[in-house]
Design a binder for this molecule. Structure first.
Ligand SMILES: [Zn+2]
Length: 555
């Protein structure tokens, strides 16, 4: 192939502009009605046809075949003038400026002087195409503003930019004088179909997935897509396969994505290293791989909600369907969040492998959406088992806190383990006498624990502290059991010797001992309110208990 595809298939007419029908129609109409403005701003991602559209406009205005009797607004694309402009050859009527390299005030002055000379012939238009316009300096814009305020006849400025906001920031008054057209991103499916047309014209064949992969890689840019297609074609004979595209682009095949998702679903962090070894051996680009993982996860979430992800190769769709029952959408969203946090580091780090490895390890170790009923029944947490799970599953919040809202309550400074050590109040009466203090201390460390101890009846039994819980206080007993070490530490400090605590359940609900002192402090009032909240909302209660959540109060 002597001429690069990107060049050979660059549009020559407005009608050929892919996806940008709205822009094409407006510009074609303006030419046909002879109502072309003096300044245009074309915005949009790279490779979507902004500069090409500007050239087509210049061609249409200066086409030797321009028909004023029956105007179509399209250039012929073939006359000497069209040919010259399309090729970007030196041309009196079209001046292309790359603002990225011409941004000083001198250039702007030069531009202004040159703009004073109208087009080369009567009826011709002088078109200035300023690419990367957001790179122009404020001074340059000021000079341009003067021109645009009193434009010489037949002069048209077309500014192309990927970052219109920057122009707005430096040159808002200019923006108001320009007609703005926003170019759309070209989706992978549109690129795939255009590549298919090109190949048909060239008499070549390719797998659908091969073209889709190129479309996705090009990320909305037709020019890039055609360049990559060129590259892939030059790398081998026969029909273009997805495998060859992956080779050329250093893309990872779906098996690697599948391996990562499966090790996460199975909670097998130890397998991360082997998977990464394989990736490195295959010469994969790790940041490309991370980007692919993000796409797969996103598609996984969409799959859960019955939304079809556009433009995914069939093999990837099959992978997602296979993994979906093993990973809940909430988990996939959390994985995406962690991925977003690491993506830049993967791209920039001197040790991208380490960053990626750490990320996948975190995924594999991450708390998972669990079945609360199973936990309450004392079973080990199971990974989410798909949409038919028996109980409404809830994600475990990253920060172990449950509403109502983060605490604004003033933190009481911790007093060690609380108060002076008693010299062995090793009697039930002595223990009960200090119990409300113990509860208060516990409450400062964990409100859950405070509540748990509040529901306990303490007594001494053969030198050990026995905490008895009523039959209806199982939840609190479990809370105390989980934080048994803390309970023992607090009591040991208070009692001045190492204390062993035994929990007893099923007692016939004696009145909570903590209230014997009858001290109504702010703490106990708040605790009451939270207990009440938990009673009213069984889900909150179960979640707080099962997951050892700290109940935070707005108070
Ligand atoms: Zn022409």
């Amino acid at each position: 192939m002597s001429i690069a595809l990107a060049r050979r298939y660059r549009p020559r007419r407005f009608a050929d502009l892919l996806v940008q029908d709205h822009v094409a129609a407006a510009l074609r109409g303006a030419v046909a009605k002879n109502r072309v403005g003096h300044g245009y701003l074309l915005t949009g991602p790279r490779g979507v046809g902004k500069t090409t559209a500007a050239r087509i406009l210049a061609m249409a205005l200066n086409c030797e075949q321009r028909d004023f009797e029956h105007p179509t607004g399209e250039p012929c694309g073939e006359c000497a003038s069209c040919e010259r402009i399309w090729n970007g050859q030196a041309n009196l009527d079209v001046v292309e400026i790359d603002a990225a390299s011409n941004r000083g005030v001198d250039d702007a002055r030069d531009l202004r002087e040159r703009a004073m000379y109208a087009a080369s012939q009567d009826g011709h238009h002088k078109v200035y195409i300023v690419d990367e316009a957001h790179m122009l300096t404020r001074e340059a814009w000021n000079a341009l503003l003067k021109i645009l305020e009193e434009p010489p006849p037949g002069v048209v400025f077309v500014f192309a930019t990927t970052e219109p906001q920057k122009i707005f920031n430096t040159a808002a008054p200019v923006m108001s004088r320009l007609q703005r057209f926003d170019f759309r991103r070209i989706g992978p499916a549109a690129i795939q179909s255009r590549l298919r047309d090109v190949l048909t014209t060239e008499g070549l064949d390719a797998e659908d997935d091969a073209l889709l992969l190129i479309g996705r890689h090009a990320d909305g840019g037709m020019r890039d897509a055609l360049s990559v297609l060129d590259q892939c074609l030059s790398f081998g004979e026969g029909a273009l396969t997805a495998a060859r595209v992956r080779d050329v682009l250093g893309l990872v095949d779906d098996e690697a994505f599948g391996a990562v998702l499966m090790l996460v679903a199975d909670r097998q962090p130890g397998q991360v290293f082997a998977v990464l070894d394989q990736l490195m051996d295959s010469g994969a680009d790790l940041s490309e791989f991370a980007g692919g993982l993000a796409e797969v996860l996103r598609a996984l979430v969409m799959h859960h909600y019955g939304v079809a992800a556009d433009g995914l190769p069939e093999s990837t769709q099959a992978l997602i369907a296979a993994v979906a029952p093993r990973l809940a959408p909430e988990d996939a969203v959390r994985m995406l969040k962690l991925l977003a946090e690491s993506e830049n580091s993967i791209r920039r780090s001197a040790h991208p492998r380490l960053v990626l490895e750490t990320l996948i390890l975190r995924w594999a170790m991450m708390d998972r959406v669990v079945d609360l009923k199973a936990i309450l029944a004392g079973e080990a947490p199971q990974p989410w088992e798909g949409p038919s799970a028996p109980v409404a599953a809830r994600p475990i919040p990253e920060k172990r806190a449950v509403a109502p809202a983060p605490s604004a309550a003033p933190e009481t400074p911790r007093k060690g383990s609380g108060g002076p050590a008693y010299s062995v109040p090793a009697s039930t009466e002595g223990l009960q006498a200090i119990w409300s203090d113990v509860v208060e201390t516990a409450n400062r460390q964990s409100r859950l624990l405070g509540q748990a101890l509040e529901h306990a009846s303490p007594r001494m039994d053969e030198g050990k502290v026995v905490l008895a819980f009523g039959a209806d206080s199982g939840v609190f007993r479990e809370g105390a059991e989980r934080l048994l070490g803390t309970v023992e530490t607090i009591l040991s400090a208070r009692m001045g010797s190492t204390v062993t605590v035994i929990l007893e359940s099923g007692a016939t609900a004696p009145p909570p001992a903590a209230r014997k002192g009858g001290r109504m402090t702010e703490e106990t009032i708040r605790a009451d309110r939270l207990t009440e909240l938990r009673r009213k909302d069984p889900t909150l209660d179960a979640a707080a208990d099962a997951l050892d959540l700290e109940l935070l109060d707005e108070g």
